[in-house]
Structure formats: C-alpha cells, structure tokens
Design a binder for this molecule. Structure first.
Ligand SMILES: [Zn+2]
Length: 182
C-alpha cells in the first residue's frame, strides 16, 4: 500500500451536522459568529484570521484565512497579502508556544480538483505541526486521518499564546484574539 503524506487533503469538514447554519461560505461566516471558541476562530487581524481545523491532521493543525472571499490567491491585494503573511508568522509563534512541534508543513490548496481541498472558493493556508515520528504511528493513508480529541484544549492553549503576543490583549475565551500589526 502506498503511503502519501498529504495533510492538505484533510480539510475543514463541511458536514451538515457540524455546520448546519452555513449558508454560503464557511470561511466567510465563521468569523462573524458570536462564539469564537465554539467555532474554533482563535485569532484575527485586519485582513485575515486563524481557524483551527475541525478535522486536524495533527494537534494544532490550523488555517490562516484572508477575510476577503475568493479562491484566487493572485487576486489578493498588497494589504491582504502582507497581513495574511504576518498572521502566518504569528500563528507559527503561537504554535511554538502552545504545542511545541518539531517541524511544520504549510501551504495552499488552489483550484480544487487534484489539489485536494474541499473549499476551493476561499483561499486558506494550512499550517500543520509535525512531530518526530508522527508518520510512523499515524495512518497517512487516503483522506481519512482525523484527530478529534483535544480540539478545545488546543484552542485554549493557542488562544493564550496569541493573547501573550506583542500588541495583543486577552479579550476573553469566547472572542478571537485581536492582533494589530501597525
Ligand atoms: Zn468566503
């Protein structure tokens, strides 16, 4: 059996029972909701936000997502590009502090189809923490790897790590940590 490392294929699970209220785009609607913790939105900047993957490949698997709706990365304007990149840096810092992985994979699925993503009309960067030996004990086969335990604990640890960053403050656990890069 071929084993392929393909964390990008583990996407936000858009199942009805998980997100019964999503009307148009899950990545547009989640940051607008009142309860950030319930919706796994952990931090937000002016043009982007951080969403924990609800079907993580590894503990701490998150996505950095521009607020603007659209599937074309090349269409992001300079402000959104810079803000999205800075938020990726902050997400790596927060993950270092919160879960301390040994390495990372980070990347985009663009265009759907062979790229493997389930949401191809709203750009998002996956950040997947890696741990020494994780491919030895985890089934990296087809699209089925799911770690569901510990999402709330991971959220709380990341929330605390973001709130401790420069220019951040702790808004309370039900609100995403606001980050101002200016
Ligand atoms: Zn959208």
């Amino acid at each position: 059996m071929d084993q392929v490392f393909a964390p990008w294929r583990i996407e936000w699970v858009k199942r009805e029972d998980k997100n019964p209220d999503v009307k148009e785009c899950v990545f547009c609607e989640l940051p607008e909701r009142d309860d950030a913790r319930e919706n796994l939105v952990v931090a937000a900047s002016e043009h982007a936000y951080v969403l924990l993957n609800n079907a993580p490949y590894n503990p701490g698997h998150l996505m950095v997502i521009p607020h603007a709706h659209g599937g074309d990365y090349t269409a992001l304007d300079d402000a959104a590009l810079l803000d999205h990149a800075r938020l990726k840096q902050r997400a790596l810092d927060a993950l270092d502090a919160a879960v301390g992985p040994d390495a990372y994979n980070a990347g985009l699925n663009l265009g759907g189809g062979p790229a493997g993503g389930s949401v191809d009309d709203h750009v998002h960067t996956h950040v997947v923490p890696r741990y020494d030996g994780d491919t030895n004990f985890m089934p990296v086969v087809s699209d089925t790897k799911v770690v569901v335990q510990g999402l709330a604990e991971t959220y709380d640890a990341l929330h605390e790590a973001f709130a401790a960053q420069p220019d951040a403050s702790d808004p309370g656990e039900d609100t995403a940590v606001p980050l101002d890069f200016d």
